[in-house]
Write a protein that binds this ligand. Structure first.
Ligand code: FES
Length: 222
């Protein structure tokens, strides 16, 4: 599996994502998820490396509860197929983790795959991918000229008070891209994964060194 981030398991009892065309890939993804032993520690570390990076904390709108925000769930959301393939310089808009949650996946020219909420942290306008801006493209909000770093989601210009929340993506061997988890704006990647996988995927949480994960595994065995 060519993985930039590791798939999350769909919660029990929920319908399959991805529609009819995604059934086979989804089944494959589930198989992989259900076998923790197939997911290497290196995969987990890639997750952390992709989503960490010193995101700043803040946000008047979210802090006041005005705007719906990504990453509030304490459990891993249902994995969702974003696209069959994403070439360098391209982006795709999708909704994740909920149907109202606008999001963007972008493939940078060096192959790096990144995902973000597409809801501007200023006044919730739609954030767009602009490959023609900056040295390697930028995430741009046209409402008030807000600009976010494409590699980190950090604010680089304009009034947005905080970075874009990250979305964890994974790329399967067939090139399909999946959204599997979220991070709150300003939240470190490992913290986000521990929050979402700590209860539902204790083996994964243990690989990440999440507090309490070993105890959760032990309690499952007894
Ligand atoms: Fe995006 Fe104002 S809403 S910069």
């Amino acid at each position: 599996m060519s993985v930039t981030e590791t798939p999350a398991p769909p919660p029990a009892g929920e319908p399959d994502p991805g529609g009819d065309n995604g059934d086979a890939a989804q089944a494959h993804l589930r198989d992989r998820i259900s076998a923790d032993s197939l997911t290497t520690r290196r995969d987990y570390l890639r997750i952390v490396a992709t989503v960490s990076g010193g995101l700043a904390v803040g946000g008047i709108g979210v802090a006041a509860g005005i705007l719906h925000r990504h990453g509030d769930s304490e459990t891993a959301p249902q994995a969702k197929k974003v696209t069959e393939r994403l070439a360098p310089g391209e982006s795709v808009a999708f909704r994740f983790p909920g149907d109202e949650d606008r999001a963007l996946a972008v493939r940078l020219q060096d192959g790096t795959l990144v995902g973000y909420s597409a809801v501007c942290t200023h006044l919730a306008c739609a954030v767009l991918w602009r490959e023609d801006r900056g040295s390697e493209g930028e995430l741009y909000c046209p409402c008030h000229e807000g600009v976010f770093d494409a590699r980190t989601g950090e604010v680089t210009a304009g009034p947005p008070p905080r970075p874009l929340p990250r979305i964890f993506l994974t790329e399967e061997a067939d090139g399909s891209v999946w959204a599997v988890a979220t991070a709150r704006s300003g939240e470190q990647g490992r913290d986000a994964l521990c929050r979402q996988f700590g209860d539902s995927r204790p083996e994964m949480a243990a690989q990440l060194g999440c507090p309490g994960a070993d105890g959760a595994i032990e309690s499952r065995r007894t």
